[in-house]
Design a protein. Structure first.
Length: 274
């Protein structure tokens, strides 16, 4: 079933008529990455401590949960190139990806729930669960009861960054999603040595490009200021651009473009030898 699922997710995104910039041959998303995890993976219990008690276990979102399918939708080169040029606010192409592209991601969530149902399995997309909640004031800042990035980490798809992003083999510029199911799926091995080893700053201290890319100083060597970031992403940017671009949400993504981890896991910069 794992290969069936992977093929179905790739097919769905690849053939979706909404996966294109308006009047363009350029897509929002390239071919997805797909991973699987066990609902009983101890990391989900650990998240109750790492993130907060409000972060739900798979079994709290779906009775009889057995597995989670997670995916990464890499943002296309054309969209990333448009955003590399920006210094203060996101490009039109990036904003369209944040709104229209995320709508496609949402449709993929619903499609997979139906796909599992047709095969006799229960499934739920956490973001569309009646239990879905977002919290503005927690010990880790703004957070929700289910983190798509943290689910992707359990599924072996990447690790975290200084900017709180998620660096995969296809980089940090992406959208992600997950569905919890009663179907038994073989977990994808986690091969990263630490939870942030794909980030050059955490790996060897040789980077920090995302710090300079943030137009509001929300990233520093101490980490990511979620509140300052949110003011830009959900306040300043859409207030300035949503009418011009014709979408309700614009995102930002400057820290995800024109950085070494934009489209891949960056190789080591420091080389030692005799």
């Amino acid at each position: 079933m794992e290969e069936q699922l992977r093929s179905e997710i790739i097919r769905y995104i690849g053939s979706h008529s909404g996966n294109y910039l308006p009047d363009s041959i350029n897509r929002y998303f390239d071919e997805p990455l797909v991973g699987f995890s066990s609902a009983n993976d101890p990391l989900f219990s650990d998240y109750k401590t790492i993130i907060g008690q409000f972060h739900l276990l798979p079994c709290e979102l779906l009775s009889g949960a057995v597995s989670i399918v997670s995916w990464i939708l890499p943002i296309s080169r054309a969209v990333c190139e448009s955003n590399r040029k920006q210094k203060e606010l996101p490009s039109r192409e990036w904003a369209l990806t944040r709104s229209n592209g995320e709508n496609v991601n949402g449709e993929l969530r619903r499609h997979l729930v139906s796909w599992f149902a047709e095969k006799g399995h229960g499934a739920v997309a956490p973001q569309y669960s009646p239990q879905w909640k977002e919290f503005s004031d927690t010990p880790v800042g703004i957070a929700s009861c289910w983190s798509e990035r943290h689910a992707a980490y359990v599924a072996g798809l990447g690790t975290f960054s200084l900017s709180d992003g998620f660096i995969t083999s296809r980089g940090i510029a992406h959208r992600c999603g997950s569905v919890i199911t009663s179907a038994a799926l073989n977990p994808t091995p986690r091969i990263s040595s630490t939870h942030n080893s794909n980030c050059l700053y955490y790996r060897d201290g040789s980077c920090g490009a995302c710090i300079a890319r943030c137009p509001v100083g929300a990233i520093s060597r101490s980490g990511h200021d979620k509140f300052r970031c949110r003011e830009l992403v959900y306040g300043t940017a859409p207030a300035a651009l949503s009418e011009l671009y014709g979408v309700p949400q614009t995102g930002c993504g400057l820290c995800q473009t024109k950085v070494p981890c934009e489209a891949s896991t960056p190789p080591d910069r420091r080389v030692t030898g005799g």
